[in-house]
Design a protein around this ligand. Structure first.
Ligand code: BMA
Length: 375
């Protein structure tokens, strides 16, 4: 009886029945999961931005640079980074972000309390074309495939990159937890791993192999795995067509891009968003908008009167951990305003909204909260 009590007191860090894809995840990685889940359940939505510290509209590599901070005074709470070209041992990724500097920016964001997420637009293994070359290639990298060994080498490169992300001093040196979001938007058809170029079984096999290899062979225990679809589905069954199973996934995400402010676009958004949150909550996964935005943000009140209004239209829709806007490449291709940009003033109101969390709003996401609110 005493042992049972001790066991009950010590074990349920994540709540009963809820496990991470990596049972050996580090304590900070577990804490990150629990805190993301807590944020989601309270509709405290962390605001994220891809490549935030590396460049923005009209600048590149300025110390302290960040279009988010330039516009609202605070850094984002989530930093997205992209690994495309890591598979070629290139010094920079496919958007010219130097990998060494990326590591430093990751450390910088983490040390301020931010959350790190990694995507990877890896080249097509069958043709050596880009991620957007939709020639079928998944079979090539599955065990027994012609590029299987090569794929493992690329996962070694990933493991090397992630293992290098360390923080803390002499006595508490530790691995920086990261959210890895491989083979994203696979319910769409624009990447070689997308829906019409792969069977559900092959996709699931690839996912499981990838997680098992990084976790068991490479012994990476600082990774949360995010399964991100595009937003072209109507039901849970459709969303989960390529789902490898609860034991292989920690987060469920969708990537949502608006091209207009029409009722149809936003009705669809709310519909998909409600499937996402329901599905994630029922399975003990953390829901997130893993990418989102409106290219160029041409609408002055887009942040509050379009995006937030729809996201908070019903309580369930806003129960996501974060929303990560895509990169600010230039005046046309950007997803966060820059000072003087069309939606910059509205973005400040969005920043002040009680449901949005920016970097200085974060509690310690790498320490378990006192009361574990997870289900
Ligand atoms: C796309 C665009 C591209 C970029 C790619 C990978 O959505 O932003 O310009 O190369 O993502 O980051």
């Amino acid at each position: 009886m005493r042992f049972l009590l001790l066991f009950i007191l010590c074990s349920p860090i994540l709540g009963w029945g809820q496990k991470l894809a990596d049972p050996l995840a580090t304590k900070r990685t577990k804490a990150l999961f629990v805190n993301l889940q807590k944020a989601a359940s309270e509709s405290k939505i962390l605001f994220g931005h891809q490549d935030d510290l590396a460049y923005g509209v009209g600048w590149r590599h300025i110390k302290g640079g960040s279009d988010v901070r330039f516009t609202c005074g605070d850094y984002p709470a989530v930093y997205g980074w992209e690994l495309g070209n890591l598979e070629h041992d290139s010094t920079a990724n496919l958007d010219r972000v130097n990998f060494k500097q990326m590591k430093n920016w990751i450390k910088e964001g983490y040390e301020r309390g931010g959350v790190i997420t990694l995507s990877w637009h890896m080249d097509n293994y069958h043709t050596a074309g880009s991620a957007w070359d939709t020639t079928a290639a998944v079979k090539d990298i599955l065990p027994g495939g012609a590029k299987y060994e090569r794929y493992k080498q690329d996962l070694d490169r990933f493991a090397h990159f992630v293992s290098d992300l360390k923080a803390g001093g002499l006595f508490d040196r530790h691995a920086i937890p990261v959210i890895f979001r491989p083979f994203h938007e696979h319910t769409g058809a624009w990447f070689w791993w997308g829906n019409t170029h792969v069977t559900p079984d092959d996709f699931k096999a690839l996912w499981r192999f990838t997680v098992a290899y990084l976790r068991d062979e490479k012994k990476l225990h600082q990774v949360l795995y995010s399964f991100s679809t595009s937003y072209n589905f109507k039901s849970e069954a459709e969303m989960l067509t390529f789902y490898p199973g609860d034991e292989w996934v920690d987060m469920l995400g969708i990537d949502f891009y608006a091209n207009d402010n029409s009722d149809q676009t936003w009705d669809e958004f709310r519909q998909v968003q409600s499937v996402l949150v329901k599905t994630a909550e029922a399975r003990g996964k953390v829901p997130a908008l893993t990418e989102f935005g409106f290219e160029g943000i041409p609408t002055p009140d887009w942040w509050t009167n379009v995006f937030l209004k729809n996201l908070l239209a019903e309580p369930i829709l806003g129960r996501i951990a974060y929303a990560c806007a895509w990169r600010n490449a230039n005046k046309k291709h950007h997803y966060v305003p820059y000072p003087g940009g069309v939606s910059a003033v509205d973005f400040q109101t969005f920043f002040q909204h009680p449901n949005t969390l920016f970097e200085s709003d974060l509690w310690n996401f790498y320490k378990l909260p006192k009361k574990n609110n997870s289900k």
